[in-house]
Every structure is written in structure tokens, then in C-alpha cells.
Design a protein around this ligand. Structure first.
Ligand code: MSK
Length: 634
């Protein structure tokens, strides 16, 4: 595989991490690298999904000698129940993020902490939902839409409103499979009811509900989280930024935002740019204030403000290990409890802000929409005042950083790709230029690359190597979450240089549209953007989503949210490739349902492909895209 001088390799990133681990040793800090060793080997029953502990008669573990639990449940029921519980956790989490966003939308007011920054998008959605918009004050409309959106969580009848965005063909598949999501909370509750002792043990029924719960996330809670974050904070447009640990600045007060909900980090960014705060930082001996991010809060603020990305999931300890982090401010999800004790080895303030993510050894400053300005200002001030407490002997910031162009919402992608055909930016273009590129073979297809890091995979290698492989084969990559940050850290979002990795066709498209070949579409909830894009392509092309030469891939996934995502991506008709097994291998029946030709594929025209050999996973993705092209006769 080609390697270009401008990129940062995984080996170089590991060398930077190793230097930080030396600091960890010096101060006696615990790190995930050590804890992985302590936890290895993992429990074989847990890995296969064959341990049941949903009642207190057990735990029951399935072996050839004891093929059933005490209640008589077989291995297929146990594995499928565990899979559904895994999915429900993820669907609940993403959707609750969306619910928080809807509550914040309800608090918007002219001149307030939160305002409507994209009124056109709000009006577009209101019309889509059949709400009268004529002559209405934009904030009255925002509050009305917030209430309607919140009812999507618990309405007694009907299905998710956003499902109507999917092609009619897809909606019919969902109806026929009985997986159209109803109220979001109902799908999560029903999942927990089905998996309760003495309810479902039929694998097929449990997997069907997993798809429906996943769809309530992707076409419900997550989609609301994305769409209404855009309404409040602005719909992302291409913007230049930087990525990797070197974005932290030695002479500045460093504030790192981490988690998922942009509501607080938007305010932190605002106050870090306040001239009064910058002057205060200078008074305290710093040259300025740098806000950078980790995980999806980082993706949210980079997409809208170009805030640099310090790293992804398995880098969260690294930012503290630099000895130059004055405050790590977290909201919800993907936050290591380890940050508590780790921050105590340094001067770093570990600030938790959500009642949903309470963590020992943190300072808790409760965030609420009404007092967000006061809280954010207090946090920025606290970080500034902490600058003087640094131990200069422990300060080491690896110099790695890369240029990245981010901000590719669906609206932005359509806009920039239209420039290829129409030579001028049309923000509300269609997907037709993209379809023409794929149809003619200039681009062979697309991969939606998403998900986390997982110590089971050498961190970032799968993301980066698979992306390079796709680009060489003229397959464009759209990406979100920690996968997007892996690409940005390596340099694959450099708007000019990354084109060197592409085959001739993709390179030409990137030059004409002035885009990097790996497009940053946002955070985990923003995978809903990918669903909208896939739907629009299918509609504009006049084919089904499952026929479009596009695949999904989560090569290093780790969280319950990722399982929920996998379910809704597959249920939308997109074949999904995983580099880590979802604890399902203990049942051949569940494996057949998820990965076979006669399981979920018969319901939704797509399935999972699991392969822990990343090279082979990539080959299978390319083969799948080429097979779809062949079936279309292109
Ligand atoms: S942050 S869910 S580690 S992508 Fe969204 Fe990253 Fe996975 Fe969390």
C-alpha cells in the first residue's frame, strides 16, 4: 500500500503515544494499555454471547454439556436476547441525546443562550411534518416543532415521522417485515420487555425487534438530534481545521471538550473566544486559549466552527498525559471513568456536566439550557485559573497534526458535487452529479466508514488502511465519529494532498469539486445524514437503496450505540461490514440470521459481514460494490 510523506502513519502515532506513556509511568498513572493486559484473556462465554444473567437463577453458561439454561432457554434465544439488549442500550442512548436536543430547541429564544441559526431548515422540516409555517414567529415555530418532536418518543399510535423520508420501496420492506419503528421509547421498552425472563426466546423475533429498535434510533432519535442541532447551531459547510494531538498548544490554556452533545461545547467555544476571557488568560500567563476536542463533541464543534480535533476515543487519556490540559470537559457517552484518577496525577480539572454521566473524581457543574452561559463561562474561567498549576516538567505535547477539511452535511455534499456539473455552488443541488460519476465508473461506489476504536484492533489501523484501500480503488469514503478523526489525524482529509491516494477517477472528481476524498459527515448521531444521502441517491437514481453501490463499515466498533447503528444501517438496505464480532458467534442460528443469505437479508435486502482480518474485510467490501455495479449493468 502506498504511503506518502505528508501522512502521519499509525507507527508515528504510536511512537507519540509511547512518549506520553512514559509520562504516565513517571506519575504512576493507570492507562487503558495496561488495563487491556489485566483484562486479557476475555471471558469466552461473554465473547460468544452465551452467558445469560437476566434472572437470579443463574448466571447460566451454555456449553455442549449444558445446552440449556435453568429455564430451558437454548443458546439461540440467549445469544439473540443479549444482542437485542445490546441494541436497545444503544438506541436508548442515541435517542436520549436527540431528546436533549429537542428540549434545548424548546428553550430557544431571540437573544437567548440558544437561537435558531438555520431558520430555512426549521421551516423545511415543519412543512415536511405538515405544520403551518406562514406568518409564524420563528421561535413559536421552533417550540411547536420541539413539542411534536418530543412526542415522537412516546406517542401512543403511528410510526416515526422521518421514516417517510426513505424511498417508498424501503418503507414497504419495513412494513412487510413488521419493523417500521413506532414511538422511540416504545421500541426500547418493548426490547427490554421481550428480553425479560419468561418472554421471547425465539431468535428470529428478537432479531426482528433489534432492527426495529435500531430504526427508531437512526430514523428517529438520531435523526432528530442531527437535524435540530443543525437548526440551532447551523448546518455544517466545508471548513478547514487541524487534527491530532499537536493541535494542543503549549503556551495556551488548553480546554478539551469530550462526549457527544454539542449544547455545552458550543457555549464553551463561545466563551473561549470572548476577548474578556482571552485577556484574562493572558493576565494568568498564557498566550491565549485553545479549545480542542475528543470523540463526537469534537466532531460537532469542528464541523461548525473548525475547532481542531485532538484525537479520537482511545486518545482521551493522551490529552491529559500531555500535562498541558487545564480542563477536560465532558457531557455524555464514551467517557472513560479512568479520566477521574488520571486527572488527579496532573493539574487537570476533570469536569462532568450531565446528570446522565456522573463519574467519581470529577468536578460536577450541572449543565442546563437556562444557565448554559453561566456554566460555560465558569468552566472557561476555571481552566484559565488552573494554568498556573501546571508542572512544567510533565509538559510534553507531541507535534503531530494534519490539515483537514470537514463539514460535509448532506446539503454541503450536494452543493459541492453540483459544482462538478454546474460550475457554481448550489447549496440545494441534487445527488445527480454524484450518480453520474458512479454510473460512468469514474467513482466505483462509496463506503460509509463509521465507529469507534477498540483495543481488539490495533487502534486506527483498520480505519486508515481500509480507507486507503478504498481510495486506491476509486471508492469515495464518507465518514463520521472516531473513524472520521482517524482519517483526519492521518491526513486523509487534507483537501489537496490526500488526493494522491486516489485512483485516477476519484482524484479527478476531488480536483474538480475541490474536496478531500474522505468526507467528514459529523458525529455518531450524524450517521442519520448518511441514511438521508443514501435515500436521496436511490430516489434520484430510480433504484432501491440496496442496489446503490454503497456499503457501511465499522472496523473498530465497540459501543452499544454502534450495534444500534449497525441494525439501522442494515435495515435501511446497506450491507454492513464489521471488524469486531457483536457477541453473536455462540449461536449458528443468530449468525445465520444476521450474516446469512436467508436471514435479515430476506427482509431488508442487506446483511452483516463480520471479518476480523481487515485486509480480507476490505476485499469483501470492494467485491460487494463491484457486484452491485454488475447487477445494475454498469
Ligand atoms: S465517539 S460511540 S467511540 S465513534 Fe461518538 Fe467514537 Fe464510537 Fe464513541
Amino acid at each position: 500500500m502506498k504511503d506518502w510523506a505528508f501522512t502521519t502513519t499509525v507507527e508515528e502515532m504510536e511512537a507519540a503515544t509511547n512518549a506520553l506513556l512514559e509520562t504516565a509511568n513517571k506519575v504512576g498513572a493507570d492507562t487503558w494499555q495496561k488495563r487491556v493486559k489485566d483484562q486479557t484473556p476475555h471471558c469466552g462465554f461473554g465473547e460468544a454471547g452465551t452467558c445469560c444473567r437476566i434472572c437470579s437463577m443463574g448466571p447460566c453458561r451454555i456449553t455442549p454439556k449444558s445446552p440449556r439454561g435453568i429455564c430451558g432457554c437454548d443458546v439461540h434465544g440467549i445469544v439473540a436476547r443479549n444482542y437485542l439488549i445490546f441494541t436497545a442500550g444503544g438506541a436508548a442512548t442515541h435517542s436520549d441525546h436527540g431528546r436533549e436536543i429537542m428540549h434545548t430547541l424548546h428553550q430557544t429564544r431571540e437573544g437567548g443562550n440558544y437561537q435558531v441559526k438555520d431558520p430555512e431548515k426549521l421551516i423545511r422540516i415543519a412543512k415536511e411534518w405538515g405544520v403551518e409555517t406562514e406568518g409564524k414567529d420563528i421561535y413559536d415555530l421552533a417550540h411547536e416543532i420541539a413539542e411534536i418532536g418530543l412526542l415522537e418518543y412516546g406517542k401512543p399510535f403511528g410510526t416515526q415521522r422521518f421514516c417517510e423520508r426513505a424511498p417508498e420501496y424501503t418503507q414497504k420492506l419495513w412494513e412487510a417485515a413488521d419493523i417500521t419503528p413506532r414511538a422511540i421509547d416504545r421500541e426500547v421498552s418493548q426490547s427490554m420487555h421481550m428480553t425479560h425472563m419468561g418472554c421471547s426466546s425465539l431468535a428470529e423475533a428478537l432479531i426482528r425487534q433489534a432492527l426495529r429498535a435500531g430504526l427508531s434510533d437512526g430514523w428517529g432519535g438520531s435523526m432528530m438530534g442531527t437535524e435540530f442541532s443543525d437548526v440551532m447551531f447551523g448546518t455544517p459547510r466545508p471548513i478547514d481545521t487541524e487534527a491530532n494531538i499537536g493541535v494542543m498548544e503549549k503556551d495556551n490554556v488548553n480546554i478539551v471538550v469530550h462526549g457527544h452533545d454539542p449544547s455545552l461545547s458550543e457555549m464553551v467555544v463561545y466563551f473561549a473566544n470572548d476577548p474578556e476571557m482571552i485577556a484574562y488568560a493572558k493576565e494568568m500567563g498564557a498566550k491565549g486559549i485553545t479549545v480542542s476536542g475528543v470523540c463526537c463533541t469534537s466532531n460537532e464543534v469542528t464541523m461548525r466552527h473548525g475547532i481542531p480535533m485532538a484525537g479520537n476515543y482511545l486518545n482521551q487519556e493522551n490529552v491529559v498525559l500531555t500535562g498541558a490540559c487545564e480542563a477536560i470537559v465532558v457531557d455524555v457517552q464514551c467517557i472513560f471513568p479512568a479520566l477521574g484518577p488520571l486527572s488527579k496525577c496532573f493539574h487537570t480539572k476533570f469536569i462532568t456536566t450531565s446528570p446522565i454521566a456522573r463519574i467519581p473524581d470529577s468536578e460536577f457543574i450541572q449543565f442546563s439550557a437556562e444557565t448554559a452561559d453561566v456554566s460555560a463561562k465558569a468552566i472557561v474561567k476555571m481552566a484559565i485559573e488552573n494554568f498556573k498549576n501546571r508542572n512544567p516538567e510533565l509538559v510534553h505535547i507531541p507535534s503531530q497534526k494534519q490539515k483537514a477539511r470537514v463539514g460535509y452535511s448532506v446539503e454541503a455534499i450536494k452543493g459541492v458535487l453540483d459544482t462538478v456539473a454546474n460550475s457554481q455552488l448550489d447549496e440545494f443541488g441534487t445527488t445527480k452529479p454524484l450518480i453520474e460519476c458512479v454510473h460512468s465508473g469514474v467513482i466505483r461506489g462509496a463506503v460509509a466508514m463509521v465507529g469507534c476504536n477498540n483495543p481488539k484492533v490495533r487502534p486506527d489501523t483498520a480505519h486508515i488502511n481500509l480507507m486507503k484501500k478504498m481510495l486506491e480503488n476509486d471508492i469515495i469514503v464518507i465518514t463520521t465519529g472516531c473513524s472520521a478523526q482517524a482519517a483526519a489525524k492521518a491526513g486523509l482529509m487534507d483537501p489537496v494532498q490526500a488526493r494522491e491516494y486516489c485512483g485516477a477517477g476519484l482524484k479527478r472528481v476531488c480536483e474538480l469539486a475541490n474536496i478531500p476524498p474522505v468526507l467528514h459527515m459529523g458525529s455518531c448521531v450524524d450517521i442519520s445524514r448518511m441514511m438521508i444521502l443514501a435515500s436521496d441517491i436511490a430516489k434520484d437514481w430510480g433504484i432501491n437503496i440496496s442496489q446503490v453501490p454503497v456499503v457501511g463499515c465499522a472496523p473498530e466498533w465497540m459501543s452499544e450505540k454502534a450495534v444500534s447503528i449497525g441494525n439501522y444501517v442494515v435495515a435501511t438496505g446497506i450491507e454492513t461490514f464489521l471488524g469486531v464480532d457483536p457477541y453473536s458467534k455462540g449461536s449458528d442460528e443468530v449468525t445465520r440470521l444476521l450474516q446469512g443469505e436467508d436471514g435479515i437479508k430476506e427482509w431488508v435486502e442487506a446483511k452483516f459481514v463480520v471479518d476480523t482480518d481487515i485486509e480480507s474485510l476490505g476485499d469483501k467490501m470492494i467485491a460487494c460494490i463491484e457486484a452491485k455495479r454488475e447487477a445494475l449493468g454498469i
